[in-house]
Design a protein around this ligand. Sequence first.
Ligand code: ADE
Length: 365
Amino acid sequence: MQFYVLTLFPEMIRSIINTSITGRAVKNGFLSLETINIREYSTRKTNRVDDYPYGGGAGMVLEPEPVYQAIRAVEEKIGHKPRVVYMTPQAQVLNQTKVEELAREEELVLLCGHYEGIDERVLEEMVTDYISIGDYVLTGGELGAAVLIDAVSRFVPGVLSNEESSQFESLQDNLLEYPQYTRPEIWHEKKVPEVLLSGDHNRIEEWRHQKSIERTAERRPDLLAGSYQITCVTAGGNESSLLGGRILRKVTRYGKIMDYNRRKLQKTRMVMEKDELLLLVMDESSIAGSESEDAIPVEERFRNLYGNDTPVILIYEGSVQAEELLVFLRSRGFLPLEPEKLPFSASEDEITGTALNIRKKTLQI
Ligand code: ADE
């Protein structure tokens, strides 16, 4: 992953990123950081790049031409137009989903403003994303760019060791992390919760999930609105359940998977609620009308599946009759979100993309 940071204070970025884990990743070639001093593209003898604002007012404004030329130089170097992120408090605040989306780019250009801002015309022409790191005003965009690079880097393969791995992360489910304990077992008369000493992994997982929910409700109740208990129902051959499992693990760490294959039609009634999300992974062979002996009418296959304004995302291979299925799901109390097409031979990268799309969709409900 290559970061190009356009700034008047290159040292500020370099000193942060070339330290600790990101510094190690730069040394080992997993990240590259190039800082570009906007001043080098000054059009004046004095090397100045700012001027008074039209209409008056306090402060100075960065001129458009040096910023334009600095971005053009990056474009020429890499041979195409990259995503250009302008760090500004006048934007949506960065979150984990956006971080993971940005981590899928090969290059990112980060533009840091100073003074009262940057001439609007060059922003309109060159910037693809506006990002804030919080609802407060900093003296410039450099700290924001460093925060963004640090967060994005964690998702770049090779940056974290296995131990530091970002696979299971706070905020993955829009939930805060559960509390952690280490030795000693008793400290200041406080004992480590019993369940953690039990060795029973299912109970530990359940306890941690519960603590995550409690902590989120207490400290960040706003996040709970976008948090769903996710069930993945697969129907079709073995391939669909394998694919379902791969997607589910990328979307949530607390998901359930249920197989609705021919011989395993669910016998018990399942009613899903509003704060749940159904991921329905199907292939053509499981739909009536197909040649396959596994084909069963949807009414029969899902005769025990009901929703209660429950959002559902259909994930299917190209040829499934999606429209028909969505009509059926609506009649059963589900709220279909836009379906996702995905081949069963999907690469790891395609699965990550689908998982991200699913998360984005749930944040928009
Ligand atoms: N520049 C100034 N304040 C900022 C903020 N909150 N986020 C990103 N860039 C900024």
